[in-house]
Design a protein. Sequence first.
Length: 360
Amino acid sequence: MADDGTSSQIPPTLTRAAGITWRVLILLAGLVVVGYFLNLVFPVALALFLSLLVTALASPVMNLLGRFMPKVLAMVLSLVIILTAIVSILYVVVRSTIAESSKLVASLQSGLTEIRSWLKDGPLGLTDESVNGLVTQAEAWGKTAAEGALSAAAGELGSLGTLIIGGSVFFFGVIFFLLSPDKIWGWVVSWLPSSSRATVDTSGRIVWHSISSYTKGIVVIALADAALVFIGLTILQVPLAPALAAIVFLGAFIPVIGAPIATFFAAIVALAERGPLVALLVIALTVVVGSADGHILQPLVMGRAENLHPLAIIVVIAVGSVTLGIVGALIAVPIAAALYGVAKFVTGRDPNHPYPPAPL
């Protein structure tokens, strides 16, 4: 009786909070277990994820070609077209960057010298010791970040055997995801209890739609960012415009922060070659490109695929970078966007996918 009296005195709000808390703790424990397992098989998981990205790019081409030819031939041609496009774009980007690398480094060094002079002789009036300390810290941070990214990538990719296994999983994953995606997913769902099949099936389709839309959208946005920066730098007569635009293209694959950080290099080059006024105009160009991304390109191209707040995107990228280096920074946002879509569905907040769904 004493226990019943004590229980009746517990506020309902506290009871609900306790119920939510233990459920959240169980969910977090499950995520930790899944994360530990994925870390053990990271090369295979990464290969499967990359095969999904390529499938997202190739499937529209395959569907178009499939109207005029057999499915297998359409799949082969779509892969040839997409992989050729990817290799061609990377070739142009890398070639532009390498061809101008010596001039780019010289301009960056000259621009950094201008900044150091401004820190000493400008309104801040810093001493040589303070400026040198800032420069040393910046160089140490950059070196540590670069070494960490390279070591993380090398550690995760592992040996030649791991690369061969991962490459095989990627290759066959793309083929089968293109040829029979519904059959594969239906087989996975069929192993689940009948009471949960509809929920898992809808969640999986939400994940695929989110990743597919994000992949196609981020490529278009990266090309648009690079084109806008190239046009702006050409108008402002900033040297090395192709190489700087190539850097922006690569940076744009990290949403929100990638393109602005890459454009910052263009501002340093402009400061060295064209003076502070043009450098300020390049910074203004960064703001214009960022605004075009957030308010025009992303809603137009991605739609609902990346319905995340910019702060959430920055935090997700930071977590991905800390855990998996540059690979984590690249894949964190599409994964987070997909999980966010599933969370909206299972909490009944997605108007396009009512919960609970109709049984299969």
